[in-house]
Structures are given as structure tokens and as C-alpha cells.
Design a protein around this ligand. Structure first.
Ligand code: ZN
Length: 337
């Protein structure tokens, strides 16, 4: 980790406190459900010694807005996905209601209000469209439940798109995926390309006029992993005005996760900023969805180490604030209102 002078350290902490810090991906909702093997479910309000995210650690890490994703697609066909997703929606609202320090939000001005009031906020997302059961009507109901960000697939094929692990993944979006994109545009749900097959990414990029995001993907030129985006994809995402959230999974940071640390993670930010400027990169930790973490990013309380690293590398105050959250806020404002 980078060494800072006393003045740089003070500047980094001042900036981090001032910033609206946005993290566009975590898998913490599944941790709130019974875990099996005698592991009790975790609680949002209790500082845990397992996992990466809970409210006390979010406050310590200076998080403003955490996106919580419903993830159900751990197999190619998941008949229980609709039920598990409903249990996750229930946990999203019941765990937040039990803690006065955090509020559920569905619009960018509610995030700014939470920041002014010194609160953390949660935004509901879905990673993989398995719970929608191939029906646009269910998508509309989820919008009423507060869903504001959606990816069509995890690694498998869904009725909406092919994930990057799907066979024959030279495919384009099926008709249902195109219809869902149009409905998301009408409703104001942000489209997330993380996990899509490359060919589907390009089809989405052709179809979409508005910004889309990659909630938790890094740069393939820095770490050659199929979950990361190529430079051409990053340029296309930037041309649409989108943002990509940096994923902390060691295997997406360095080859096979070797010596992954906060500095190597910030190398991805450097690469993207050199490629397309400072307006298209943010944070998408993948906390509670990854088995190990880079050194210096052991859990959400360590987020200030990213700000330290950016300050140490000479980023301007303006650019640090953009990367920590303003870039995502800009896209939230455009898409979800
Ligand atoms: Zn993921």
C-alpha cells in the first residue's frame, strides 16, 4: 500500500468523508438467510467476524449507498429462484427497518438526502434474471418492490440472455431480452452487463441508447479474465455514458489472484481513466460474494484505503469524488430518477 505524507493522509480522509461513496455490487442479502451447516444467518445491524458487509462496518468504511443484489442462479435451472428472491426482498426491507442508521432508496435524490442526514442507504438489485421466470409482468412487479438495477444472467443461460458460462455464447439477446430492455427503459431500471457473454454485451451495446453499467467488472487488459471487460467494451460503455464498478475478487484483480492488494485493484482504475477519462469508473466490490479479498480491502470498513491510494497517485479532488461515487450517481439520476 502506498505511503502518504501527513498532509496527503488528511486530504484523503477529508475527501472520503465528503464523498458520496457508492458500491454497486454485494451478495450480502443471501447472508441474511439461514446458511445451513450450523452457520446462523448474519444480521445487518451486528458487526460480524464473518463476511464483509454489515452496518457497523459500512459506517466505519464511509459507505453512502450500497447496492444489494438478489442472486439465485447458482445452477443452470433453479426452480426455487422466485421464492429465494422473495425471501431476499423481505430481508432487504426487514433488516433495513430494524436499523435507524440505514434507509432503502429508489432514486438519486434519496441517496443525497441520506448523505446529508448522515445515513447509509441501500438500493435493491437483481443479479441474474432467474426469479423473473421469463415474464415481463414479473419485472414490472419487481419495479414496484423497489428493484432499480438488473443483470439478465449470472454465468448460465436465462430466458433473457446468455451468461458468460453458457454454451453457444456467440448468441445475441433473444426476443424476450430485447422486450425486457425496452420495459426497463420505460420503468427506469438500470441495465447491468456484468456476467454477460461477450457477444451479448455487443448486442446490448448496439441496442441501448442510454447509459448502462457493469456493476462489478474490471479491465481485461490488466487481468485477463472473462468476467473483466476488454478495452473495446470499456470504450463502448463510456460512449454510452456508462460506469463500471471495480470488483475486488482477487482473481479479477491479478492473474489467479496472485499478490492482489488495494494497489493492484487501483491499477484497473488507472487503466480505465487513461483509456476513457475519469467519468466512467466507480466501485463494485462484490463483497460477501467472494471467498477472499485483496490485502488492504479485507472488508467494507477498508474502503478509505482506495481513497488513500488515489490521493497518493496524484488524482485530483474532483476525480477522486467521481470515482468514489459521483459517476454512479450521474447514471442513477439519468436512469432511475
Ligand atoms: Zn457477480
Amino acid at each position: 500500500m502506498i505511503e502518504l505524507s501527513k498532509a496527503q493522509e488528511e486530504r484523503a480522509m477529508r475527501l472520503h468523508r465528503k464523498a458520496v461513496v457508492v458500491d454497486t455490487h454485494c451478495d450480502t442479502l443471501m447472508q441474511f438467510l439461514p446458511q445451513g451447516w450450523g452457520q446462523p444467518a448474519r444480521k445487518l445491524g451486528e458487526r460480524g467476524d464473518r463476511g464483509h458487509i454489515d452496518l457497523p462496518r459500512m459506517v466505519e468504511g464511509g459507505i453512502t449507498c450500497q447496492t444489494f443484489a438478489m442472486y439465485t442462479g447458482r445452477r443452470a435451472f433453479v426452480p426455487e429462484a422466485p421464492l429465494v428472491a422473495m425471501q431476499m426482498v423481505d430481508k432487504f426491507y426487514s433488516e433495513i427497518a430494524a436499523n435507524p442508521g440505514i434507509v432503502a432508496v429508489t432514486a438519486h435524490d434519496e441517496i443525497l438526502k441520506a448523505k446529508r442526514e448522515g445515513k447509509v442507504c441501500g438500493l435493491l438489485a437483481m443479479e441474474g434474471a432467474e426469479p423473473l421466470m421469463g415474464d415481463i409482468a414479473v419485472l414490472r412487479v419487481y419495479h414496484r418492490l423497489g428493484l432499480r438495477m438488473l443483470s439478465f444472467a449470472w454465468n448460465y443461460r436465462t430466458p433473457f440472455a446468455d451468461g458468460l458460462g453458457a454454451k453457444r455464447s456467440e448468441s445475441k439477446l433473444p426476443e424476450l431480452g430485447v422486450q425486457a430492455l425496452e420495459e426497463m427503459d420505460r420503468l427506469g431500471i438500470l441495465f447491468d452487463v456484468s456476467h454477460l457473454a461477450d457477444s451479448v454485451f455487443w448486442d446490448v451495446s448496439d441496442i441501448m441508447k442510454k447509459p448502462f453499467i457493469a456493476s462489478h467488472s474490471n479491465a481485461r487488459a490488466v487481468c485477463d479474465h472473462p468476467r473483466n471487460l476488454t478495452d473495446d467494451m470499456i470504450r463502448a460503455l463510456a460512449d454510452h455514458g456508462g460506469v463500471m464498478g471495480m470488483n475486488f475478487a482477487p482473481a479479477f484483480v491479478t492473474e489467479e489472484g496472485k499478490d492482489a492488494d488495494v494497489s493492484k485493484m487501483v491499477d484497473h482504475i488507472d487503466h480505465i481513466v487513461k483509456l476513457v477519462g475519469p467519468d466512467h469508473v466507480g466501485l463494485g466490490s462484490d463483497y460477501d460474494g467472494i471467498g477472499s479479498t485483496p490485502a488492504g480491502l479485507e472488508d467494507v470498513s477498508k474502503m478509505p484505503n482506495i481513497t488513500r491510494e488515489l490521493v497518493g497517485r496524484g488524482y485530483s479532488d474532483e476525480d477522486v469524488l467521481k470515482i468514489l461515487g459521483e459517476n454512479h450517481l450521474r447514471v442513477f439520476k439519468q436512469i432511475i430518477g
